[in-house]
Design a binder for this molecule. Structure first.
Ligand code: UDX
Ligand code: ADP
Length: 466
């Protein structure tokens, strides 16, 4: 019932649904929060007494799960029953980019949104607030509303008490810092047109978020704000990466340039770190969505503007692979390369769109033997990212248990993720383990050059050849 939200359900127990519901349960002990998913293994892992098995790795998450699970936080596959007993339902299902059909390669595939909305239409009772949390193209709320109303009428013409209110509440958490982002959000955005429904969601967040940080907008502004925020962030990464290439040829140092540029308050210092390109489930998908809707509305210049941000991102990955090949005498066959870091950024086990995938593919194509070490990504997850690799190339792909195992007998080490532990590598030990001439490619600029200078290792740093 509106005004008296007691039971919350979240459909989708992934990187967004899991942590965001854990924090709501933690901050609102009076609510019963149940996260549901189709994936039985995932739910089993969320329920496992061994917290190392949680499907999502996020600093601080384990502790919350330990505190709240079984108290007011539950994980279940009993989707229909949980829907029927919920007053508020968050949709947090995946929305990958379409691979076939209309809008293939650009538009988001809304099949999971649609099927979960149909389930809600069928099983919800009374007044229910449906909150879209997945990243989705603008106007999806309208689609959800249509599905809810039309399927309700068809399925249950006798149940006139079924009423749905759709809100948009995009999630701005970044992986790796999800829990602190959820505890201290820069803003909470609620889009909708029903004041009572908005107030219900507002009340939940008011338990820990200061009122001035909770903003309400119309539903389209809320949806478009999420796409725009991600597009702007991605654009900054492509901007600094474009300058990293310029630094390499001119002798400028990208860290110095980045610092000098970021000290201008109007620009700001965040999100100016050069790297192998942005990854993650959102940036590329959201920009593709912007491109798709811009084209749909005939705004081809807007579409090509945003397309260039993606092109630069792919180019950065390709050029890194080419530099590695060139430095190793243009030949990688019978050479071993240790890859340090496979997740798309530090502090997450998420590998979606990780730049490591395309860089490793290019190196494998050149005939290299690759040994990947990542502190949190499982071997299985690494292999899953190369489904179409020819079987002879698969033989050249392996995972390792440590930095030093990856370094053993290798011709090059390539740092692709900014994991803290890669800042403390014992480079003289690495030097002893590698084959000469040995190259270190630091694509995250995290190595202290002075430590390398004490060794025989050759160092290449992104945007810094001075
Ligand atoms: C992003 C948004 O930050 C978040 O608000 C939104 O909800 C989801 O998408 P996320 O993808 O988890 O979050 O990570 P983010 O920290 O934004 O990093 C994205 C990518 O950009 C990573 O691959 C990261 O390594 C890269 N990056 C980021 C850089 O290369 N340089 C930077 O300065 C910042
Ligand atoms: P995100 O990063 O957006 O959280 P994930 O892929 O990590 O994306 O999580 C989305 C989850 O949604 C997956 O675990 C998937 O199994 C689940 N899911 C998709 N469709 C449905 C559905 N109809 N009912 C329940 N869960 C669903």
């Amino acid at each position: 019932m509106l005004n008296e939200i007691k039971n919350i359900c979240c459909i989708g127990a992934g990187y967004v649904g899991g942590p965001s519901m854990a924090v709501i349960a933690d901050k609102c002990p009076y609510l019963k929060v149940t996260v549901v998913d189709l994936d039985q293994t995932k739910i089993n892992n969320w329920n496992d007494s061994n917290l190392e098995k949680l499907p999502v790795y996020e600093p601080g998450l384990k502790e919350i799960i330990k505190r709240r699970r079984g108290e007011n936080l539950f994980f279940s596959t009993d989707i229909n029953n949980v829907i029927s007993s919920s007053d508020m339902i968050f949709l947090s299902v995946n929305t990958p980019t379409k691979t076939t059909g209309l809008g293939a390669g650009e538009a988001s595939d809304l099949k999971y949104i649609e099927s979960s909305a149909r389930q809600v239409a069928k099983h919800a009772r009374g007044e229910t607030i449906v909150v879209e949390k997945s990243t989705i193209p603008v106007k999806t709320a309208e689609t959800i509303q249509n599905i809810l109303v039309t399927s309700k009428n068809k399925l249950d013409s006798n149940d006139n008490n079924k009423i749905f209110y759709v809100l948009s509440n995009p999630e701005f958490l970044a992986e790796g810092t999800a829990i602190s982002d959820l505890y201290n959000p820069s803003r909470v955005l609620i889009g909708g047109d029903n004041e009572k429904a908005i107030n219900c969601l507002h009340k939940i967040y008011s338990n820990w978020v200061p009122p001035e940080k909770i903003i309400t907008t119309n539903i389209w502004s809320s949806e478009l704000s999420k796409l725009t925020a991600n597009a702007f962030l991605a654009q900054r990464v492509s901007s600094i990466n474009s300058i990293s290439a310029l630094c390499e040829v001119t002798g400028a140092n990208i860290s110095e340039v980045s610092k000098a540029v970021g000290m201008d308050n109007r620009i700001g210092k965040e999100f100016l770190k050069p790297g192998p390109g942005f990854g993650g489930s959102c940036f590329k998908k959201d920009i593709l969505n912007l491109i798709y809707i811009s084209k749909f509305y005939g705004l081809s210049e807007v579409a090509s503007y945003w397309k260039s941000v993606l092109e630069l991102n792919s180019w950065q990955q390709e050029r890194i692979a080419k530099i590695i090949v060139t430095k190793l005498f243009g030949n990688l066959s019978n050479k071993k390369i240790g890859i340090l870091g496979f997740s798309f950024k530090a502090n997450t086990n998420d590998t979606r769109e990780s730049p490591a995938i395309s860089i490793c593919k290019d190196l494998l194509e050149e005939g290299a033997n690759i040994l990947i070490f990542d502190p949190k990504v499982s071997e299985e997850k690494i292999y899953n990212e190369f489904p179409n690799l020819a079987s002879n190339k698969k033989l050249n792909l392996n995972s390792s248990k440590s930095v030093y195992e990856s370094a053993n007998g290798s011709d090059a080490i390539v740092i692709l993720t900014d994991w803290e532990e890669f800042k403390d590598i014992d480079w003289s030990k690495v030097d002893n383990l590698m084959r000469s001439p040995s190259w270190i490619f630091d694509c995250r600029n995290i190595i202290n050059n002075r430590e390398i200078e004490k060794t025989n290792l050759n160092l290449w740093q992104l945007g810094n050849n001075s």
